[in-house]
Design a protein around this ligand. Structure first.
Ligand code: GTQ
Ligand code: FE2
Length: 314
């Protein structure tokens, strides 16, 4: 052994060979608990809606392909709303078409405003109304159009950040602006109406209820990566405090209140979108009757054996 050898010298020589000691960063590499990079955050509809409207005058769907304001976590870069989930607000105006394309990434839409635009998915033309959940499965051609009146705004939920880890996403434009489609059946597996969800939430007694969307064909979650659910909280009521290894995006369909997430207090009202990072204890408190829509990465976590949830004391 060299008399003057030292760890510093070893590290320097190892670095030249593209190697580094694990033992100086064991806790960071194999942490005792999940270490999400995302922080809890609220995106306010009142502030964002006028900006989206201006985007509507400044850029067309032909140029933009999709006119979307991405909701980016303050601690992360696009496309991260959480560590694994993307959220965006999409605007389409009467007469516009957002041209057909397809991609491996899965998308869901939760309709915030308007009631006469459609998404054509793999040949099925799905008309959208406020509160509907509409699915765009992986690799299905989809275009959006608007044949009615007034602007249409929805929340896009995609698994794009997952493909930052697994670079396996492909996208393709379709040869024409619109993929040929016919009106979808009223019970299409691509659309989940708010009225059905609200009835399920109301069927449960008490100040708080939770219901998951079940895929109409598989009976499972809405995709293999993303799951979706809704929650009802009566005014003055609260949810239990819990934490889960899933990251979550919430959208306030109706109501007003706040969510305690770790040390943060997130005030929200109708139209707002907020996120909860993995393993952070959280609890909602409603100031008036509230309905929350949410999506999360639970299905993919379950697929790799990494989903955990617990009621939390704090
Ligand atoms: O509407 O097809 O927010 O492909 C991001 C990617 C929306 C869409 C997004 C997309 C779309
Ligand atoms: Fe798309």
């Amino acid at each position: 052994m060299i008399a003057t050898d030292s760890l510093a010298r070893l590290f320097a020589e190892a670095a030249v060979e593209g190697a580094q000691p694990l033992w100086t960063m064991m806790d960071a590499m194999v942490p005792p608990r999940p270490q999400p990079k995302a922080v809890p955050h609220v995106w306010r509809y009142e502030a964002l809606r006028p900006l989206l409207g201006r985007a509507g005058t400044l850029v067309g769907t032909q140029d933009a392909e999709r006119r979307v304001l991405m909701l980016i976590n303050p601690a992360l870069a696009p496309p991260h709303t959480t560590d694994t989930l993307f959220a965006g607000l999409q605007l389409i105006l009467p007469g516009e078409v957002a041209p057909a394309h397809r991609h491996v990434a899965f998308a869901l839409r939760f309709i915030i405003e308007g009631d006469a635009a459609y998404t054509a998915v793999g040949g099925e033309k799905v008309t959208m109304r406020r509160g509907d959940l509409v699915l765009t499965p992986s690799w299905e051609y989809h275009d959006h159009g608007h044949e009615g009146e007034g602007p249409m705004v929805w929340l896009d939920g995609l698994d794009l950040p997952v493909y930052q880890f697994f670079p396996a996403n492909f996208a393709q434009p379709y040869s024409e602006e619109r993929f040929p489609s016919v009106e979808a059946a009223s019970d299409t597996h691509l659309r989940y109406c708010w009225a059905d969800m609200e009835a399920r939430l109301q069927a449960e007694d008490g100040p708080y209820s939770f219901a998951e969307y079940e895929h109409k064909q598989t009976g499972g979650p809405v995709s293999r990566v993303i799951g979706a659910a809704a929650e009802r909280i009566v005014g003055g009521g609260s949810s239990p405090t819990r934490r889960e290894t899933a990251g979550i995006v919430y959208h306030v369909y109706k109501g007003r209140g706040f969510t305690v997430a770790g040390d943060a207090r997130l005030e929200w009202e109708k139209g707002d979108t907020f996120c909860i990072p993995s393993w952070m204890p959280y609890r909602h408190e409603a100031a008036k009757d509230t309905y929350l829509f949410r999506y999360d990465d639970r299905p993919v976590l379950e697929a790799i054996g990494a989903y955990r949830r617990e009621a939390s004391a704090s």
